[in-house]
Every structure is written in C-alpha cells, then in structure tokens.
Design a protein around this ligand. Structure first.
Ligand code: HEC
Length: 117
C-alpha cells in the first residue's frame, strides 16, 4: 500500500493510540469501571472514533479487505462499549470480554494481511 508520508505518520500514531486504548480498557475493567472502559472503547476505537481519525480520507487509500478489517474493529469496539455498560448492571463480564476479543482479532487480521510500505 502506498500512503503519502504524512498520512503514514498519522496512521501509525493512531495505531499506537489503539494499543494505548486497549491497555486503558484493561485497566478500567480490572478496577471495575465498566462505564469508563466502554467510553474509551467507543471514543477511541468504536464507530465514534471514525471522525476523530479522519477515517474517510484514509479509507479510500485502503484495499477492500483492509477497509473490512477496519470496519470489523470499529463495530466490535462499539459492541464492547455497550456490553461493558451492561456488565456494570448485570455483573456478567463475559459478553464484554468476547466483544473485546473480537476487537483485538480485527487488529490481528489486518496486521497479518497489510503493510503500509
Ligand atoms: C485496517 C487495518 C488495521 C487495523 C484494524 C489495525 N491496524 Fe494496527 N497497523 C496497521 C498497519 C497497516 C500498520 C503498519 C504496519 C507496517 O507497515 O509495518 C499498523 C501498525 C500498528 C502499530 C505499530 C505503530 C508504530 O508506531 O509503528 C501498532 C501498535 C498497532 N498497529 C496497533 C493496533 C491495534 C491495537 C489495533 C486494534 C485495536 C490495530 N492496530 C488495528 C493496520 C491496522
């Protein structure tokens, strides 16, 4: 894939924030702060994050499979955000952890298939 250099920098910075977000989500879950975990996921990884990182501009440079992995990640993170809120009420973390695993699996799938240069 051939991203212009500025966009490559932007994308990699965004990626590092993805990893930071996962760590912060894990911390929030371990502290029992489900709403906080959900907020981080929605804003930094979920559908809400699309605007934040200028996804439309970046997406048109991506092959279809890469776009699909990105979409899968954003959707799974938004599912996690809702499941985390639910867990705050029900005390059952399993559905949230499943959605979090699906979020990570989209990271893994995309990294397995695509490079920036
Ligand atoms: C749509 C594809 C895609 C998804 C989804 C994706 N990444 Fe990436 N990521 C990439 C690409 C492409 C690179 C650059 C790899 C390269 O060129 O060597 C990258 C690089 C990274 C890097 C290295 C950043 C650096 O400074 O070099 C980190 C960390 C990272 N991703 C974390 C994540 C995490 C965590 C997730 C999931 C929450 C995720 N990524 C989801 C495509 C993706």
């Amino acid at each position: 894939m051939d991203f212009p250099p500025a966009l490559t920098e932007h994308t990699l910075a965004n990626m590092r924030d993805h990893l930071l977000a996962l760590q912060q989500i894990n911390d929030a879950l371990s502290a029992g702060e489900m709403d906080q975990a959900g907020r981080i996921a929605e804003q930094r990884l979920g559908m809400t994050s699309l605007q934040l990182h200028g996804a439309a501009e970046v997406a048109k440079l991506m092959p279809q499979g890469m776009q699909d992995a990105g979409t899968a990640m954003h959707k799974a993170a938004s599912r996690f955000a809702i499941a985390a809120q639910d867990a705050g009420v029900t005390g059952d973390l399993k559905p949230a952890l499943k959605a979090l695993g699906e979020t990570m699996s989209a990271c893994v799938d995309c990294h397995a298939g695509y490079r920036l240069k």
